[in-house]
Design a binder for this molecule. Structure first.
Ligand code: HEC
Length: 188
């Protein structure tokens, strides 16, 4: 009887070990971020306009980046930030660039608004553990990605040190994020 029981228990242990060895890497990646696979490839966070919360917007008057820069993150990221003053592991930040138009309205002359003409999307994913060392799209505590509207499935950034880091140096002390424009991060 006892032997039989032990036999069943050990079969169970072996079986669950095999299951976790096979599925653990995928499960661990999923737990970290639904947008990142085990190699560190960053997928576009589809549907972010309704699944995430709006952190704040920038308006760039001229140049290539002109228009509205609307920034989003997860609700749970905002709540964690209220508690700790930091972006939690796995946090996603999306910045959508939209061309603007201006017109006269009952509120005033030359009122600017964002159109549906998307220029590009920038994405950052917080990695507090340095998971992907050696991957040129990960470093300084973040994964970095850029997408153009003609192909949301392709991160066109190849090296964050070349494509992103230089321009974010002024925000280095704020974990590389220009937090001053995100009033939602401040709990009233
Ligand atoms: C030309 C300079 C420049 C480059 C290049 C650049 N950024 Fe930024 N980024 C900024 C500035 C400035 C802001 C905030 C003000 C704005 O949007 O105009 C910003 C904001 C962001 C935001 C919103 C969160 C925040 O930091 O405030 C994300 C996400 C972002 N950038 C990701 C990236 C990624 C990823 C890359 C590289 C693929 C990149 N950026 C390259 C200058 C740049």
């Amino acid at each position: 009887m006892i032997m039989n029981h032990l036999y069943k228990v050990s079969i169970g242990v072996i079986f669950s070990t095999i299951i976790s060895l096979v599925f653990y890497p995928a499960m661990a990646a999923e737990e970290f971020s639904p947008y990142v696979d085990i190699k560190g490839n960053i997928n576009f966070p589809d549907g972010f306009r309704t699944s995430m919360v709006h952190l704040g917007s920038w308006f760039v008057p001229k140049g290539d980046a002109s228009g509205f820069h609307d920034v989003y993150t997860e609700k749970k990221t905002v709540e964690a930030y209220w508690k700790t003053g930091k972006f939690p592991d796995g946090a996603t930040i999306v910045k959508e660039l939209r061309a603007s138009k201006a017109n006269n309205y009952t509120t005033g002359q030359g009122v600017s608004y964002a159109t549906n003409n998307i220029k590009q999307w920038f994405v950052m994913i917080k990695d507090a553990k340095g998971r992907f060392s050696g991957n040129p799209l990960w470093g300084d505590g973040w994964g970095w990605a850029l997408y153009k509207p003609d192909n949301k499935n392709k991160n066109i950034s190849t090296d964050y040190k070349v494509d992103c880091q230089g321009c974010h140096i002024p925000a280095k002390d704020k974990d590389w994020v220009y937090v001053e424009a995100y009033p939602t991060l401040k709990k009233k």
